[in-house]
Write a protein that binds this ligand. Sequence first.
Ligand SMILES: Cc1cc2nc3c(=O)[nH]c(=O)nc-3n(C[C@H](O)[C@H](O)[C@H](O)COP(=O)(O)OP(=O)(O)OC[C@H]3O[C@@H](n4cnc5c(N)ncnc54)[C@H](O)[C@@H]3O)c2cc1C
Length: 315
Amino acid sequence: MTNRRVPRASSAHSPAAVVLGGGLTGMLAAAVLADHAEVQIVERDLLATAPRSPLPAPRKGLPQAQHAHLLWSGGARTVESLLPGITQRWLAAGARRIPLPTGLVSLTAAGWLRRWPEMQYLIACSRDLLDWGVRRQVLAHPRIHVLSGTEPVGLSGSADHVTGVEVRDTATRDVRQLDADLMIDATGRGSAAAAWWAALGLPPMPEEHVYSGLAYATGIFRAPAGTAHWPIVNVQSDARLPVPGQTATLVPIEGARWLVTPSGTRGGQPTREASAFLPFARSVRHPVVADLIADAEPLTDVRLSRGGPRRFMVQ
Ligand SMILES: Cc1cc2nc3c(=O)[nH]c(=O)nc-3n(C[C@H](O)[C@H](O)[C@H](O)COP(=O)(O)OP(=O)(O)OC[C@H]3O[C@@H](n4cnc5c(N)ncnc54)[C@H](O)[C@@H]3O)c2cc1C
């Protein structure tokens, strides 16, 4: 293991910023910072083919990407304001722009949602496609650089003034120092910020842990012929009922596929058993999602994620 210092990318006119984590938050933070600073993104996963990667691919650091993700118009407009043309990039890659509430068949706790003409919209595609589009556009910026296959080890500086971060190459274990005028931690729920904070001698950050016991199981199916303009179909739970909350959601995604995610809270969680997938989808408040996929061709195994405790830093 070697330890070396990387000269700061900043000049007198251009401060240096380091963003830890190259997910959606990290990439969008970098896009904002690039107007003011030279930006270095530190990402543990190998994003070796970015920004020219031709197809969105799953990656280890984004396990939630295998489940249903919907980008609502408020979020889409915000991303578009930072990355002009991104919506068109997503659509050109196969995402669907779904008018709301016209394109949503949803059983809410208050009954079926009425489907009147478009007021808002959402972007329907895989989460990998959303991230891929953002990543390609952000990493094309001349002031944004990415160190992939790299993870932070700890902060440098003092309790009064953080001056950078020590990072380690995950393959070679080489450690280097990145100096920074500004650091942003966007490593998501596994963030080690509390430990780094403590290592600088700062008092512990107050945390709250919330554990909903929520689990998601997702399968991807070939969309049957004639469903090119299919709506999103969603059965929600009814929090007034004294039973575990269970849902089922069908999202049309790129590649003429349906991504189907049932979910359930403690005591009513789905499993990764393929044979249990359809019965679970049928057991929620309405069987519509199960009926739709009953004869559809599965393209993947069932992928299961159990939500661990969520940590919230509180002030
Ligand atoms: C099943 C499910 C469905 C969801 N649906 C929606 C939805 O429909 N709409 C919505 O808006 N949100 C949804 N969310 C929430 C959404 O996934 C998260 O809010 C979002 O991913 C947070 O983005 P992020 O960039 O902050 O973190 P992440 O997406 O977790 O990204 C963190 C990044 O940091 C990297 N990283 C982690 N640790 C390190 C480290 N030590 N060193 C370097 N890099 C590191 C990771 O590889 C990753 O690239 C859903 C979540 C789940 C679980």
